[in-house]
Ligand binder design. Structure first.
Ligand SMILES: [Zn+2]
Ligand SMILES: [Zn+2]
Length: 343
């Protein structure tokens, strides 16, 4: 079969190459991939900017599909089942984090799509315990987005406490930001989302998926509008989803005293932030990374309630052979999420 693989370390070295079809081992399941999303991480891997990648490896960590064959010792799943797949390929199960269900921060965590083979291929084998049944009404295209929803559920529902009518700021209207926005709306928050001039189209999508207020960051930052909306107090929680230095300082300025910032985006290098304001306002700065098994259960339940608009976040779908075009569009920031499928 033809799989899109990172062949060796460094910039480039990504190509569609022939590899044998995998067979499921003990506790594993063979999946025919239905759809797989291109993530910013895939672009970093392409450019040789992601240290966790272990080439040669098939890329793609956001995918779903249909069970083709269950390996030995798998009872729950059978051929034909439609499933979403957790991107976590391995966690040790023994460290204090794993013991408390926080496998996302296990030091030995491995992921499909960069540590072991992922979903940019017709077939992939995965651990059976990573599977979640897709609700019938959810398409494979939407199913491929469930990894993003799990990231958002972890950030909003597990790394913060959002109460009804809370003011929430989200910086960065990319796919993750728009998913965090929708998870915050499920909790009843009033959501302000900010972006730059280049984000105009994305901010429009933000409005259509539930943002209460849109702020375009001009020369004077976002403070004026925010003060006006929140009676001068600022927001109770800010989710930084852009990974840009300006945005994290916007968050520090925008949260209320005793407010919380949840850092979701990654910067790729150290950034300078104003920690004096963190002390003076008694702000809590926290982080959110990936998801664990419980997060996925919540995300799939939410997917079944029809309260999350996945479709508006999908900008295009390409056959695997046209991966270069899809990567280029993702790189340009033209649209939101691009998906790949194999014919
Ligand atoms: Zn991703
Ligand atoms: Zn562990």
């Amino acid at each position: 079969m033809k799989a899109l693989r990172k062949l060796s370390q460094g910039a480039g070295h990504v190509d569609l190459v022939d590899i044998p079809e995998p067979t499921p081992g003990d506790g594993e399941v063979l999946i025919k991939v239905g759809s797989a999303g291109i993530c910013g991480t895939d672009l970093h891997i392409f450019h040789g900017e992601f240290s966790k990648v272990r080439p040669p490896v098939t890329l793609g960590h956001e995918f779903c599909g249909r069970v083709v064959e269950a390996g030995p010792a798998v009872e729950k799943w059978r051929s034909g089942d439609r499933v979403a797949v957790e991107s976590e390929a391995f966690s040790c199960g023994e460290c204090p984090y794993c013991q408390s269900g926080l496998t996302n921060i296990c030091e030995q965590r491995l992921a499909y799509g960069y540590s072991t083979d992922g979903g940019f291929a017709p077939f992939v084998t995965v651990r059976a315990s990573a599977l979640h049944r897709l609700p019938d009404a959810v398409s494979f295209q939407e199913g491929a987005m469930s990894e993003l929803l799990a990231v958002a559920v972890h950030a909003v529902m597990e790394c913060a406490t959002i109460r009804k009518d809370d003011w929430v700021l989200i910086t960065g209207p990319g796919p993750i930001g728009l998913m965090v926005l929708q998870a915050a709306k499920v909790k009843g928050a009033r959501v302000i989302i900010s972006g730059t001039e280049q984000d105009a189209a994305r901010l429009q999508t933000a409005a259509s998926v539930g943002a209460d207020h849109i702020v375009r960051i001009g020369r004077n930052g976002i403070l004026g509008k925010l003060g006006e909306l929140t009676g001068g107090f600022g927001v109770r929680t800010a989710f930084e989803c852009s990974g840009s230095k300006g945005a994290v300082n916007d968050c520090i300025q925008s949260v209320s005293r005793r407010g919380r910032i949840v850092q979701v985006g990654l910067f790729g290098s150290p950034v300078e932030i104003n920690l004096d304001a963190v002390a003076l306002k008694e702000i809590t700065v926290s982080g959110a990374f990936a998801h664990n098994h419980d997060t996925w259960k919540k995300a799939i339940d939410l997917l079944g309630t029809n309260r999350i608009d996945m479709k508006s976040l999908i900008s295009g779908e390409f056959p695997l052979k046209d991966w270069k075009q899809a990567f280029q569009l993702s790189e340009k920031g033209a649209g939101l999420k691009y998906l790949l499928y194999s014919e």
